[in-house]
Design a binder for this molecule. Structure first.
Ligand code: TRP
Length: 530
């Protein structure tokens, strides 16, 4: 990571598996095991899961390929990548700038000053930097997301210590909730663990990461999957557990809230680490003889599997022990210790689980910080140690506000009233405010720009050329033949095909993904009522 020139000297993953595991290490994290279950609970269960899966398939997959391609082609950090491929001046970029500028002026005239100013600022940045803007936005998102991610990372450390000390053996849901509330209700404890988590993340990033990321992911992923399977088996056999499976998997659209679509979309980006260039950065270490299709399919598949397994481990238990699935960010921390209390050697497994969750969070946090740090190193020419220290400190300070405002504004009422004045926000805490801003707005917006850029500015043609490298004939074989396992059959290779993976991908990147993201924004803005 020390240099960003597209030279032969750039380090690469050790092979297909190395990249898939590292990217899956970034993707699989608190998003899958902590966030996905609790937002599914808050948004009514099965129907939300279905919307989320559709977002993964229609938007997540194509954008994932875009990011890997952009990374491998440019061998750079996100800002560098956009800089390298952007045209000198782009009419489209100016057009987008004009639209945003107009929106900004309109918002200010409606007295929504905060958003108005943000729109104006983004418009000006687009006028100035053109298509480099998505890269800059990605770095900004990294700051926002890591700041509250690390607070939850801190909880996993606290729970690990509690588990090891045997303090997580509970008889009923009240005790489990009490334990979580006492952590949440002690802001300084949350701050301390948040700082500890950030310090560890910085330490790893400081000492160069790539080999570390790969090695950790190789052990961690399989271990995490095995523990999840054990948890599912124990959970499902509890009385009333099947009601939980029913809640999780049976779609009931009447329970969907207006905000659910944007939340599902935002989470699809969040869980796959998309929309801010983390995968561009990881993609820049991928070697030229890898099949990018297979890689992205495995990453998305593993990540989705982890999320579904986490849901299957948690909801049955929640129903069995009567924990309200809508209880919010504490859901995992309240339910799983209760299952461990019913398993032989539960204390031991509980500690193992929380240390695995901690490492899963750490590998993801590393990818978030690495984007920010590699930007500061490559573009601002800061040395790695200063970049890590400075960015880490800013993120830690920002995160303290989330740590003291997890479910209400009690401790920072002054920020609340300021935010209401400027943004008219209705979020219930600073933590939620940051999560909403980062995951639901910045990531999909970043994804929208990445898709538009690849599809229309840089062009699918050049992207497909990059995609072909190392992909055998995956890109150009008839899609049906490919699905049927006949891709190497001479009879199916003879002609030029129209419906291929490459052409399908192109259509998704140019039309379907941007349109879907745009509609989700409109829907939440209340312009389309559905
Ligand atoms: N995907 C991670 C998770 O599910 C979080 C994460 C890591 C992330 N890197 C990211 C989210 C980059 C957005 C962008 O826990």
């Amino acid at each position: 990571m020390e240099n960003n020139t597209p030279s032969e000297g750039r380090e690469h993953w050790s092979g297909q598996l190395g990249f898939v595991l590292a990217a899956a290490g970034s993707a699989i994290g608190l998003g899958n095991i902590w966030k996905f279950p609790y937002i599914t609970g808050e948004n009514g269960g099965g129907a939300f899961v279905l919307i989320y899966l559709i977002c993964i398939l229609l938007i997540g997959m194509p954008v994932m390929l875009c990011e890997i391609i952009l990374g491998r082609h440019t061998q750079k950090n996100p800002v560098g990548a956009f800089k390298m491929l952007s045209p000198k001046s782009s009419v489209t970029a100016h057009l987008i700038g004009v639209v945003l500028f107009t929106c900004g002026v309109a918002l200010i005239s409606f007295e929504t000053y905060g958003w108005g100013l943000i729109f104006l600022a983004v418009a000006i940045l687009i006028f100035k930097y053109g298509w480099i803007m998505p890269g800059i936005m990605g770095v900004f998102s990294g700051f926002i997301i890591l700041s509250y991610y690390s607070v939850v990372g801190g909880w996993t450390i606290s729970y690990f210590f509690n588990a090891a000390a045997g303090k997580l053996v509970f008889q009923n849901a009240q005790q489990a909730a009490g334990c979580f509330d006492s952590l949440k209700g002690n802001p300084w404890l949350c701050v301390a663990f948040h700082i500890a988590f950030m310090a560890i993340t910085c330490l790893i990033i400081y000492s160069g990461v790539r080999k570390g990321i790969e090695r950790w992911s190789r052990i961690l992923m399989p271990a995490l999957f095995i523990i999840l399977i054990a948890l599912i088996l124990r959970g499902i056999t509890l009385p009333n557990a099947l009601d939980g499976v029913d809640f999780f998997l049976r779609p009931d659209f009447s329970k969907i809230k207006p905000k659910s679509v944007l939340t599902a979309l935002g989470h699809a980006f969040f869980t796959l680490s998309l929309g801010m260039g983390a995968i561009i950065t990881y993609g820049s270490y991928v070697s030229k003889n890898e099949n990018l299709f297979k890689a992205s399919l495995s990453i998305v598949g593993l990540d989705t599997l982890a999320a579904i397994m986490a849901g299957l481990a948690i909801f049955p238990v929640a129903y069995a022990v009567k924990i309200n699935p809508e209880c919010g960010p504490g859901l995992v921390f309240q339910t799983l210790p209760l299952v461990f209390s019913q398993i032989p050697l539960g204390i031991f497994w509980c500690a193992v689980f929380f240390i695995l969750l901690f490492i899963a969070a750490l590998t993801s946090a590393m990818s978030l910080l690495e984007v920010v740090v590699s930007f500061a190193m490559d573009e601002l020419k800061w040395p790695r140690h200063f970049a890590t220290f400075f960015c880490g400190a800013v993120i830690t300070i920002l995160g303290i506000f989330s740590a003291v405002s997890i479910s209400n504004w009690e401790n920072i009422e002054w920020i609340h009233s300021a935010l209401i004045k400027i943004f008219n926000t209705s979020q219930s805490s600073f933590f939620d405010f940051m999560d909403n801003l980062g995951a639901n707005w910045l990531l999909p917006l970043g994804g929208l720009f990445i898709a538009l850029f690849t599809g229309w500015i840089w062009g699918t043609k050049k992207a497909v050329d990059e995609m072909r490298i190392g992909s055998e004939n995956f890109a150009d074989v008839n899609f049906i033949s490919l699905l049927a396992g006949l891709k190497d059959d001479p009879g199916h290779n003879a002609k030029v095909h129209v419906i291929t993976l490459a052409s399908l991908w192109g259509i998704f990147v140019r039309f379907i993904a941007p349109l879907a993201i745009f509609l989700a924004f409109l829907q939440i803005a209340g312009w389309i009522k559905n």
